[in-house]
Design a protein around this ligand. Structure first.
Ligand SMILES: [Zn+2]
Length: 106
């Protein structure tokens, strides 16, 4: 993946992370990110979305970004562009129904 494209995806991931975390910042008081209180700040669905974003950022660190976490194939470029935190190729998603997090690209 070209460096500029990689940066673009990284930026999209960081933007997504910020918007998911936004409800946790009230008057510069930062909510706990673990423990029981954390659950009150973020819905289960948003927690899954956030986890997907963190996992994608981790894959950027380890050099596995853009590869399917199931079969290791390079994820289609168009697919990755529309959903930068996607972690499965279309084939694996179709076979195993991984769409939960990925459908919510907005
Ligand atoms: Zn796959």
């Amino acid at each position: 993946m070209a460096r500029s494209k990689w940066k673009q995806h990284q930026y999209a991931l960081l933007r997504r992370r910020r918007s998911l975390l936004a409800p946790m910042f009230v008057d510069e008081v930062v909510a706990p990110t673990t423990g029981p209180d954390y659950e009150a700040w973020i819905s289960p669905a948003d927690r899954r979305r956030l986890a997907a974003v963190y996992e994608a950022l981790d894959r950027m660190d380890t050099g596995n970004y853009g590869l399917c976490t199931s079969c290791g194939t390079a994820i289609d470029r168009t697919r990755l562009e529309s959903i930068p935190w996607v972690n499965h190729c279309q084939g694996c998603e179709d076979r195993r129904g991984y769409a939960e997090v990925e459908l919510d690209a907005a």
